[in-house]
Design a protein around this ligand. Structure first.
Ligand code: C5P
Length: 223
């Protein structure tokens, strides 16, 4: 049986970084479910499908040729064999993704693709509803969170390092708006599963977060 670890939480909580490191350390597969929503958002922009055209979007999911690769620790995404990693990481793609993620039909159409990542020894799945909806039977469920200020600050640093001109205030507002959309939607809202362990990473280094999770991994005898 494939062992499953789910790591859910709001954007900027550190779940992407932490999930990748854990998957690599345990030699488990890795599912970045947000990347699937982002892939759909990029694909809809490329094919000129309006974000309110649910049927058109569901059709895109059925035919979407998306592939992920880990290149020297860097997560790469290919759409129709074109590397769209930079495009999908933009704030705009994230906002579009969270608008699409609102529709139950779209969430449903992405379910099968997400579950296909569960094969082999193990899977680390990161997202918003991994422990609640996609893998409710997971062996270990983590909910990572951090204050809005800290999450906006992390995103600010990331973008400034990339040479982008951004305002911390505007980013804090975007983080707040995205939280509101993700937490208040009717289907699969962002919420910790009843059996999840919550870790607030606001004042923790990545190494400390990893240590805490590895303690749980050992306690559950997942390795
Ligand atoms: O995690 P990431 O920021 O890449 O996700 C982009 C958006 O996709 C999120 O803001 C959220 O609205 C949506 N999403 C979701 N369910 C998931 C993963 C992502 O609704 N499991």
């Amino acid at each position: 049986m494939t062992k499953i670890i789910t790591i859910d939480g709001p954007s900027g909580s550190g779940k992407g970084t932490v999930s990748r490191l854990i998957a690599s350390k345990l030699s488990f597969n890795y599912l970045d479910s947000g990347a699937l929503y982002r892939a759909l958002s990029v694909s809809s922009a490329r094919h000129g499908v309006n974000l309110r055209n649910i049927k058109g979007l569901v059709d895109l999911v059925e035919h979407m040729d998306v592939r992920f690769e880990m290149d020297d620790g860097n997560f790469q995404m290919f759409l129709d064999e074109i590397n769209v990693s930079d495009e999908m990481r933009t704030e705009d793609a994230g906002v579009r993704a969270s608008k699409i993620a609102f529709y139950p039909e779209i969430r449903e159409s992405l379910l099968k693709r997400q579950r296909k990542f569960a094969f082999g020894v193990g899977l680390v799945a990161d997202g918003r509803d991994m422990g609640t909806v996609v893998f409710p039977e997971a062996d270990l469920k983590i909910y990572l969170t951090a204050s809005i200020e800290e999450r906006a600050q992390r995103r600010y640093k990331e973008l400034i390092d990339k040479g982008e001109d951004v305002s911390l205030r505007a980013l804090a507002k975007q983080v707040r708006d995205r939280d509101a959309r993700d937490m208040n939607r009717e289907v699969s809202p962002l919420v910790a599963a009843d059996d999840a362990v919550t870790i607030d990473t606001s004042e923790m280094t990545v190494a400390r977060v990893l240590n805490s999770i590895f303690e749980l991994v050992h306690a559950k005898r997942l390795i």
